[in-house]
Ligand binder design. Structure first.
Ligand SMILES: [Zn+2]
Length: 154
């Protein structure tokens, strides 16, 4: 196994929760844990080969860290995309809540776990392997796709 991964993994500082959700939905393994202090974030980044994304100048001095100058989420995503070559990996979407990997959820098992309308209208469902949250390509998914398209990332 080579150390270098062409597919970046991230850890974000504890101000960047919505950014973490978007990176997960794009398919990127992203740690966001409000209980972590800056020193812990640096430690996790080193031991798991994650790039730190931060708005904190001090933390951005860590090796491999990337300082986000923008407050606006779209601008942040664009800056990260330019730096790391991000794009939307629809087949790799991770759980936006917990960063878990999604696995197929057979339609008959999705019954009762998703709204009835969504169950009727869709054939494919996924569940988070960690927290069991159910996913399908509904209006929310289309919204994500649309926003990423606008940013040139999908
Ligand atoms: Zn989850």
């Amino acid at each position: 196994m080579s150390e270098a991964t062409p597919f970046p993994k991230f850890i974000v500082d504890n101000m960047l929760g919505s950014l973490a959700r978007w990176l997960r939905m794009m398919g990127y393994d992203t740690v966001y844990d409000k209980s972590l202090e800056d020193a812990d974030i640096a430690k996790v980044a080193r031991s798991e080969s994650r790039s730190i994304l931060t708005r904190d100048k001090e933390l951005s001095k860590e090796p491999g860290a990337f300082l986000l100058v923008d407050v606006d989420l779209d601008a942040q995503l664009k800056a990260i995309a330019t730096k790391f070559g991000l794009k939307f990996h629809e087949e790799l979407i991770r759980c936006s809540t917990c960063n878990g990997e999604l696995v197929d959820l057979p339609k008959e098992q999705a019954k009762g776990k998703v709204p009835e309308g969504a169950h009727t209208a869709n054939e494919k469902f996924w569940r988070c392997s960690k927290c069991e949250k159910a996913y399908w390509k509904g209006a929310h998914w289309l919204g994500i796709n649309e926003r990423l398209k606008k940013l040139g990332l999908a």
